[in-house]
Design a protein around this ligand. Structure first.
Ligand SMILES: Nc1ncnc2c1ncn2[C@@H]1O[C@H](COP(=O)(O)OP(=O)(O)O)[C@@H](O)[C@H]1O
Ligand SMILES: [Mg+2]
Length: 142
């Protein structure tokens, strides 16, 4: 790996509301520290925050990897969890299965996945019910 490349892995725990947001804050600080353009840092921070919160709310655990090369920022999240039975439905703005308790904490607007897609240059989501969900998020640097 050359000097201007970076790869880091983070663990996210389901239901861990006390630490929720720490991984995406860490990513934001890392990218800022590398001198990445603020508008791109912001897009990655929004996408990674929404992905992190979905793990906290809906999954059991996940590994997130951040990779930065001269041409892109890549985030891959692979979780163990219930999976998503209907991805088309989950991608719709306003669709949420958040509980009353989560809604009282201010979550469950159903805008997370659409926001990830909007902020990414490339976005893919794959899910297997009863196994888990994988997200791939790319923001181009060049
Ligand atoms: N990692 C995940 N594992 C299981 N289900 C998920 C995951 N991420 C999203 N979902 C499902 O997709 C729905 C929509 O997600 P999202 O757009 O982020 O909205 P919200 O988080 O506000 O519910 C969630 O309510 C949930 O049913
Ligand atoms: Mg969400």
């Amino acid at each position: 790996m050359s000097q201007d490349e970076l790869e880091r892995a983070y663990e996210i725990l389901g239901r861990d509301f006390a630490n929720a947001g720490r991984v995406s804050t860490g990513i934001k600080d890392t990218l800022k520290g590398m001198g990445i353009r603020p508008d791109l840092v912001r897009r990655v921070a929004i996408a990674s925050y929404e992905a992190e919160m979905n793990v906290v709310m809906y999954a059991t655990s996940a590994t997130l990897t951040l990779r930065v090369t001269p041409s892109l920022i890549a985030i891959d999240i692979s979780d163990k969890g219930p999976g998503i039975p209907d991805i088309g439905l989950a991608m719709q703005e306003g669709y949420s299965t958040a509980t009353q308790e989560m809604r009282e904490l201010g979550f469950g607007a159903g805008m997370g996945l659409p926001n990830i897609k909007r902020n990414a240059d490339e976005f893919t989501i794959d899910s297997a019910v009863g196994e888990g969900t994988k997200l791939s998020i790319r923001v181009r640097l060049d």
